[in-house]
Design a protein around this ligand. Structure first.
Ligand SMILES: *[C@@H]1O[C@H](CO)[C@@H](O)[C@H](O)[C@H]1NC(C)=O
Ligand SMILES: *[C@@H]1O[C@H](CO)[C@@H](O)[C@H](O)[C@H]1NC(C)=O
Ligand SMILES: *[C@@H]1O[C@H](CO)[C@@H](O)[C@H](O)[C@H]1NC(C)=O
Ligand SMILES: *[C@@H]1O[C@H](CO)[C@@H](O)[C@H](O)[C@H]1NC(C)=O
Ligand SMILES: *[C@@H]1O[C@H](CO)[C@@H](O)[C@H](O)[C@H]1NC(C)=O
Ligand SMILES: *[C@@H]1O[C@H](CO)[C@@H](O)[C@H](O)[C@H]1NC(C)=O
Length: 575
């Protein structure tokens, strides 16, 4: 690291005088709520010499250019389609200005912060320092420990500020306010009937398994990956792990009828020795069932350092790796209203960066339907989920079989997350589809419940109900959630990439511009239109638990519907 302040004792004295004083300065995330999720208990102030690790999101340049670039490389009609950027080319677009780098480094050095690591795109810094230093660096911050069971995090319930002159150089500082994700899938049987009945259920051959998925979506034995250099990934941020042995048991029980792999090739991040988690097992087992015989990676980060934000740590990893799988399935989400504007806008730029590189990033749409939130005054409004609401990711909703015991047509799974962002405006690629929905839906919720000018989601869907998952060597039935549908779609897109690469075509990249044009290009059959059922929302006298309802073409519950693999493959490999 440069030693600007050190070499200039006069400047250093000045820094010390102006930068270590009182809480004068600019709050970067004044609107960031501090809400420890249920179960986290305050365990006292952290001692001054304890180390924390903070993530500085440095102000990027070229975000307007990046937006134009992403449009050009992801729009199939564009002459630039598929001309994706390498991480070095991406760095040249977004890297902070020299003035930003100098100002931030000087500021850090004036406080004796030296232990910092950057990423390949130069727009993040991850720095370790004692609590006493962090509290001087970011006046207002006060570090406390919170515990939940065996887990422990360090966070500041008080807002922080940065010196006025730094505010134009830093988007936000991570590791102070947001807690690790809590959402996870459940087995509905587990919740309802407890452990005793699992033995009986295990012998009961009903429910969604790879053969059912492959049959419903018309995948044949031949629909498997063949290229050694194609790959797919799932990322997850809970304190839970997948076990190779579970995957092997799963494939032995459920993997007949299609060639597949039984091992994950790369684990990036920390894989603990603890019990396997349901969500981690689910992601891996199902991405490897549709994306069969494709090399699979797992990004696993539950926050190794107590002051880390696991999701942010994953974004930093993406920005620091030059070779990444083309498809990423992520079952993670937070309420949009629980995140600061600065954070939301910056994370959205991180998805733009991924899109510029040709990565296909899929997020689960959430398991609370339209969601529900009380607004000041006592009325309710729907509650969108982020990153599902980002215009630069592909969001996957959920369905169930119309007849739960047969491979039939699909209807809405009432938990399927969907709705409209209150933060991100509706992107051009979906404007026609969403307006048609708003115009033609027979019954919409009252307009005070949602923001019809926002980014609407999900983009498509897949089965999300009644899955079999093997976890801790045991088959567990009735597992449900959009965390199931997301890896199913991810595996199919990885397989389509396999065919595209074989034909010398570029990978799919950011899918939405192509997805929303399938119908007008005569590929309407590439997705099974889901037209029945509504998802859940506020339990109040006005909407009575009902959010949006599925209908013909795009809708805010199941998007465009579920994949009919052979036709989707044909549509997305058409020249
Ligand atoms: C990014 O990668 C480089 C080179 O591998 C490494 O030195 C650096 O510590 C990494 N940055 C972070 C934030 O981990
Ligand atoms: C795919 O599945 C549907 C429903 O199961 C079926 O009607 C259709 O004929 C199948 N094949 C193709 C190529 O769509
Ligand atoms: C599975 O993929 C590998 C390349 O990763 C390929 O060599 C092999 O032929 C594939 N298996 C089948 C059955 O096609
Ligand atoms: C992957 O393999 C295919 C076929 O062997 C080749 O054409 C392509 O260049 C390779 N791609 C990469 C990124 O290595
Ligand atoms: C709450 O909703 C009712 C009925 O829609 C409306 O009349 C009232 O103005 C709303 N109150 C506030 C504070 O928005
Ligand atoms: C509605 O969404 C737009 C962005 O699309 C935003 O500017 C506006 O503040 C939102 N309105 C509400 C009430 O959240």
């Amino acid at each position: 690291m440069a030693r600007g302040c050190r070499a200039l004792p006069a400047v250093l004295a000045l820094c010390a005088a102006t930068w270590s004083c009182c809480a004068a300065g600019r709050a970067l995330e004044r609107d960031q709520p501090f809400r420890p999720p249920p179960g986290w208990v305050l365990a006292g102030r952290v001692s001054p010499e304890h180390d924390v690790q903070l993530t500085l999101a440095l102000r990027q340049r070229g975000t307007a250019r990046l937006t134009r670039l992403v449009r050009a490389v992801s729009e199939p009609r564009s002459p630039q389609y598929g001309k994706y950027l390498s991480v070095e080319q991406l760095r040249d677009v977004v890297q902070p200005s020299p003035a930003t780098l100098m100002a931030v480094l000087k500021w850090l050095q004036s406080h004796g912060v030296e232990d910092c690591r950057s990423v390949a795109t130069l727009d993040f810094l991850e720095c370790r320092m004692p609590v006493s230093t962090a509290e001087r660096l970011l006046p207002g911050a006060e570090f406390h420990r919170y515990v939940k069971g065996q887990r422990s995090v360090i966070r500041s319930p008080q807002p922080y500020v940065v010196p006025e002159e730094l505010a134009e150089h830093i988007d936000f500082v991570g590791g102070l306010h947001r807690f690790p994700a809590e959402r996870s899938v459940v087995s509905r049987a587990w919740a309802k009937e407890g452990m005793e009945s699992r033995g009986q259920r295990a012998a009961f051959h009903l429910g969604v398994m790879p053969s059912v998925i492959r049959k419903r979506y018309n995948m044949t034995r031949e629909d498997i990956g063949v290229l050694p250099n194609n790959s797919q990934a799932c990322a997850q941020f809970l304190e839970q792990y997948f076990h190779q042995a579970d995957l092997a048991v799963f494939m032995k029980l459920f993997g007949s009828g299609f060639p597949h792999r039984t091992e994950v090739d790369h684990v990036v991040g920390h894989q603990g020795q603890g019990r396997a988690g349901l969500e981690a097992s689910l992601d891996v087992e199902y991405i490897m069932s549709t994306g069969a015989n494709i090399s699979t990676w797992v990004f696993s980060n539950a926050g190794r350092h107590e002051s880390q934000e696991p999701f942010l740590a994953w974004l930093l990893l993406l920005s620091n790796m030059s070779a990444l799988p083309w498809v990423h399935s992520v079952s993670y989400g937070d309420d949009e209203d629980s995140l600061s504007q600065a954070y939301l806008q910056r994370v959205n730029v991180e998805f733009l960066k991924a899109a510029a590189r040709g990565l296909t990033v899929l997020f689960a749409s959430g398991d609370d339907g339209a969601g529900c939130r009380r607004v000041p005054g006592g009325n309710h409004t729907f509650r969108p989920s982020f990153p599902a609401s980002s215009p630069y990711v592909t969001t996957v909703g959920g369905t169930s079989f119309k007849n739960p015991f047969m491979v039939t047509a699909e209807v809405t799974d009432y938990i399927s997350g969907g709705g409209f962002s209150n933060v991100f405006p509706m992107p051009d690629y979906q404007a026609d589809a969403v307006r048609t929905f708003l115009r033609s839906a027979p019954k919409l919720p009252p307009s005070s419940y949602y923001n019809s000018s926002g980014r609407a989601y999900p983009d498509l869907a897949a089965l999300s109900d009644n899955y079999w998952v093997v976890t801790n060597r045991l088959p567990l039935p009735w597992v449900s959630g959009t965390s199931a549908s997301t890896p199913v779609v991810a595996g199919m897109l990885a397989l389509i990439n396999d065919r595209r690469l074989q034909r010398g075509q570029p990978p799919l990249g950011f899918l939405n511009p192509a997805l929303y044009r399938l119908r007008e290009r005569g590929h309407g059959g590439a997705l099974f239109d889901v037209t029945q059922g509504c998802h859940l929302s506020c339990l109040d006298g006005t909407v009575q638990g009902q959010g949006f309802c599925a209908g013909p073409a795009w809708d805010a519950v199941t998007g465009w519907g579920t994949p009919n693999f052979p036709l989707l493959l044909r549509a997305l490999t058409a020249p």
